[in-house]
Write a protein that binds this ligand. Sequence first.
Ligand code: AMP
Length: 113
Amino acid sequence: MTSIFTRIVAREIPAEIVFENDRVIAFKDIAPQAPVHLLVVPKTEEYENVAQLAEGDPALLAELVATASALAAEHANGEYRLIFNSGPSAGQTVFHVHAHVLSGHITEGSLGF
Ligand code: AMP
């Protein structure tokens, strides 16, 4: 099944893309929960959640984290909250692994959404 993020990679649906290389894409979340709210996504949709990614391609997970950190420095002050929702009851709605990067001035409560 083609995920909504794969469709963003393919430019089938628009997004505000802020970073892209051969393995990773990052774009602004359509419903931001903080002044800076980016999604950092592996281009492959092979991994549904962060545990699968960690087991299947730890280097790609490390690349997501490094990208998140660099983008938080570029878009805010370099401090950030990194969230991987895993499973519907944890708030996951897109089953193509992605990191939420929340930065800027984060108010308490933006963990759960
Ligand atoms: P999650 O609930 O952890 O699976 O996160 C999915 C995120 O994708 C949510 O924060 C949505 O706001 C975001 N989202 C869904 N569709 C789009 C889109 N077309 N462009 C940007 N962000 C999106």
